[in-house]
Design a protein around this ligand. Structure first.
Ligand SMILES: [Zn+2]
Length: 267
């Protein structure tokens, strides 16, 4: 009887980086250890957790210390109306810490009430300037706002790049961000056949411009609607991306791991 164990499939399994997961939110935090164990069993080894509001900043620094997450600090456009100027000024000291990998989640959401647009814009512009000053990349949220985001990025001549999270749109729209030094966050959207334009576009982008994400606990994959999304779902996004591009999951995974590390300036 042989005592040599068979080669485990896991030995060649791709290692994945979830570049956008809100592990600090109440939907996921209470069972964080379980979610991390499931994610690791699925080959997900890297996590970027972006803050959505100022009350998340200190807890995220603690989570980073404990679990080694990558973190982004910032104010999400959904919370921009509540953000006081003093709060944003307070971001500067914390975000300068070497533990903070990026400024985020920041951006513009034009599906919200129009009355919020002016404050959203101020909040975004301030944080983009801060990222430039600190030489850190940004994690961008967009909804009906890709053109305006690009406009501000160009106006400010922002050159640190970052990740356009939850990319959806055409090849031209994606390339406009890639040309400004951004990676595109590819997530559950591509698992829906109705997302024709985005599925077509992701076939054409240079592989060096993509990163993977789940946006947990939001954006459940096709077939999992109504369920809480978790980082353990990331291999399914990779699988669809590989099918669409006609490339191997292994090749895509190793390049996307590098892309994520490069943009987050991980050593
Ligand atoms: Zn998010």
């Amino acid at each position: 009887m042989s005592i040599i164990p068979p080669l485990q499939a896991a030995d060649t399994r791709p290692v994945l980086f979830d570049s956008h997961c809100h592990l600090d939110l109440p939907e996921l935090l209470p069972e964080l250890e379980l979610h991390l164990a499931n994610a690791k069993a699925a080959g997900v080894e890297g996590f970027l957790v972006p803050a959505v509001q100022s009350s998340a900043w200190l807890p995220l620094l603690e989570l980073k210390q404990r679990y080694g997450f990558y973190i982004a600090l910032g104010v999400h456009p959904w919370w921009a109306s509540q953000a006081q100027f003093e709060t944003l000024v307070g971001l500067e000291g914390l975000a300068a810490l070497p533990e903070v990998n990026a400024i985020g989640e920041i951006g513009l959401d034009f599906a919200l009430d129009e009355q919020s647009f002016a404050l959203q814009r101020q909040c975004f512009e301030f944080q983009l300037q801060l990222a430039a000053k600190l030489k850190k990349p940004v994690i961008l949220h967009h909804r009906k706002s890709q053109n305006e985001l690009l406009q501000v990025i160009k106006q400010q001549q922002f050159s640190q790049g970052g990740i356009l999270h939850a990319f959806s749109g055409s090849f031209q729209q994606g390339m406009a961000f890639i040309d400004m030094g951004f990676k595109l966050g590819i997530g559950g959207t591509i698992t829906y056949e109705r997302a024709e334009k985005t599925r077509k576009a992701v076939k054409q982008f240079p592989l060096t411009a993509l990163v993977l994400e789940t946006d947990s606990p939001s954006m459940p994959l096709n077939g999992f609607q109504g369920q809480i999304n978790t980082p353990a779902q990331l291999p399914l996004v990779l699988k669809v991306l590989a099918e669409l591009r006609g490339e191997s999951t292994q090749d895509i995974a190793s390049q996307l791991w590098l892309n994520t590390c490069q943009i987050l300036k991980k050593n």
